[in-house]
Write a protein that binds this ligand. Structure first.
Ligand code: SF4
Length: 238
């Protein structure tokens, strides 16, 4: 927790986004007939764009494959709700894990001439730096405005960002499939892998079929498009 808070402090000092909301409740009709209720952990603003940060106790990242199977819609649904309510464009959607990812540092290097020891490995300052360097926000950017992509935004490349409209349409198509499936009576017990992890009824469940692999329900043969854009470095004094 100390390491997490230390990283958070470092991030607050270097980011030009301003936190404007935490634990924000929303109530949003994402498509006809599906009303979402939820709480967004944190919303930051920069010039009429927003980014959403979701704090997690486990290590998580956004996965194109999980989104297409319909098993990871939470963060994107938050962004769609906020975009609809405020009329602003999203700049990014990120997970921020409180869990420390494992960090590796070799004890030394074996070479033809012998073994050279990594002198710094036992230094507490070196270990601290190593551990903190493993902490990043993990997620996707939707806008070229980012303040310091190298320091704490993992998976963000200045030349790569996803198209929010395209991904939102895929998410809407998934909700439509769920709605249409339920309305047409498709409610058979047929869980996919990991679906039962948090079920309150697992102790009395009579399903003994092996969990099946989740399949892509949208855009099965195409990948989400990346857009190319030069990063606009914003004025940090603004
Ligand atoms: S444990 Fe049983 S009731 Fe619970 S989600 Fe899995 S299949 Fe459904």
């Amino acid at each position: 927790m100390i390491s997490f808070l230390s990283f958070l402090k470092q991030m607050e000092e270097s980011t030009i986004f301003k936190p404007v909301n935490c634990e924000k409740r929303f109530d949003f009709e994402i498509i006809d007939g599906i009303q979402l209720h939820g709480i967004i952990d944190r919303i930051d603003l920069l010039n009429h764009t927003f980014r959403i940060i979701d704090y997690k106790s486990s290590d998580q990242k956004l996965s194109e494959s999980m989104i297409k199977t319909g098993t990871q819609l939470q963060l994107l649904s938050y962004a769609m709700a906020e975009a609809k309510e405020t009329g602003m464009a999203p700049a990014g959607t990120y997970y921020f894990s409180m869990k420390q990812s494992p960090a590796e540092d070799p004890a030394g290097k074996a070479q033809i001439k012998g073994f050279s020891e990594n002198d710094g490995i036992r230094e507490p300052a070196h270990m601290k730096e190593l551990m903190e360097s493993r902490r990043t926000l993990k997620g996707w950017a939707w806008s070229p405005i980012e303040d310091d992509p190298d320091s704490y935004i993992r998976f963000f490349s200045p030349n790569k960002m996803l198209d929010f409209k395209e991904v939102s349409e895929a998410v809407e198509a998934l909700y439509q499939q769920f709605r249409d499936g339920i309305l047409s009576g498709q409610i058979q017990v047929d869980p996919t892998q990991n679906a039962c992890g948090f079920c309150d009824y697992a102790a009395v469940c009579r399903n003994h079929k092996p969990a099946k692999k989740a399949e892509h329900r949208v855009m099965a043969d195409t990948k989400f498009k990346y857009q190319k854009a030069a990063v606009k470095k914003e004025d940090s004094n603004r």
